[in-house]
Every structure is written in C-alpha cells, then in structure tokens.
Design a protein around this ligand. Sequence first.
Ligand SMILES: NC(=O)c1ccc[n+]([C@@H]2O[C@H](COP(=O)([O-])OP(=O)(O)OC[C@H]3O[C@@H](n4cnc5c(N)ncnc54)[C@H](OP(=O)(O)O)[C@@H]3O)[C@@H](O)[C@H]2O)c1
Length: 170
Amino acid sequence: MADGQILIAGAGGFVGTRMCRAASAARVPFRAFDSSPERLKVIEAMGGEICYGDITSYEKVRDAVKGVRTVIHLVAAHEHMPLDVHERITLGGVRNMLRACAEQRVKRLLFVSSIKAGRDYRGFYSTTKRKAEGILRQADLNLTIFRPALLYGPGEVRLRKIGEIIRVMS
Ligand SMILES: NC(=O)c1ccc[n+]([C@@H]2O[C@H](COP(=O)([O-])OP(=O)(O)OC[C@H]3O[C@@H](n4cnc5c(N)ncnc54)[C@H](OP(=O)(O)O)[C@@H]3O)[C@@H](O)[C@H]2O)c1
C-alpha cells in the first residue's frame, strides 16, 4: 500500500472518473471504490487500485478505507430516487464511511454534497444531503464539504439534453 493513498468512493461516476484521471496524471496513488465493475475496469487502466463494493455494506467500506490517508466521498443516490434509497445510499453510506474512518484512524474526508443541501431546498435528495452534512460535521474529522450546483463537461448528459431541447424549440 502506497503512503498517502487516497480513496475515491463513487469513483466510477462523472466526477469520480475525472478525479481518478487527475490523480493518475499527478501521480497521486489512489484507490477507486464503486459498485460498477465495468467502470472500475476503465479506472484500473489509469493505474488506480480498484475496490468493488456497495457503500451500504460496512465490511466493503472498511476494506476500502484500510491504509488510506484521505477519503473523497462522492457516492449519493440520484435525485429521482425514493426516500428509502436516499437513506440507504446517501445517509447509510456516510455512516459506514465515518465508522470505517474512525476505526482505521483516517482523519481527512472531503464530502461532495450539493447546493441543494441548503435550507431553501426541499425533496429527498436535499434533505438527506443536509442530514449527511450534519452527521459529518459532528465527527472528529478534518472535513471539507463542497456544495456544487451543476457540474458539466465532456460526457455530461443532463446539460446536453437541455441544449438539445433548446435547439429543437428554437
Ligand atoms: N454532477 C453534478 O452536476 C452534481 C451537482 C451537485 C452535486 N453533485 C454530487 O457530486 C457527487 C458526484 O456526482 P456525480 O455526478 O459524479 O454522480 P454519479 O455519476 O452518479 O457517480 C456516483 C458513483 O457512485 C456509484 N454508486 C451509486 N450507488 C453506490 C453504492 N451503493 N455503492 C457504491 N457506489 C455507488 C455510482 O454507480 P451507479 O451509477 O451504477 O449507481 C456512480 O458510479 C454526488 O454526491 C452528487 O450528489 C453532483
């Protein structure tokens, strides 16, 4: 295990894949955790250590965290999902990650939340992101929370769809 290795949880997604690419380019050793084996294969080719698992499984999260110094937590339920999925993946995932970090003495955690975690937003996605932030803030951690709005770039689907709608309507 490389000293100073980072764990990217949710590495197979839009943001995670780019983080892995950036880590690889900067020669920062990283471990990529995700529930999609196909996407992890792409990351393996970037030189990352891959770790397949579901964030709702504490054992899998504990194994993923072993030996790392910093965690970047990206896993969250998608906006359109029902409440129980948000609770299982977003909240349950954060609880598992916190427990594993405490057990493995990982002190640095970066959490990608959302602008929608702000008090003005409603809905399951917003309320669970807000709760997840609250849980993290109570932990003994060097914590950074990001609250992005819409992230876009090559490969992003939602913004492209909006562009297509505007083109069709104009
Ligand atoms: N993209 C944006 O515009 C935006 C804006 C604001 C905030 N954010 C936040 O930023 C973070 C990253 O966003 P993103 O766009 O990269 O999301 P994403 O593309 O959905 O990536 C999340 C990754 O986590 C995986 N995952 C889902 N459930 C899992 C589970 N139970 N166990 C392990 N892995 C699991 C996903 O796999 P599957 O796809 O197979 O489920 C996916 O590979 C999220 O927390 C999101 O809420 C994103």
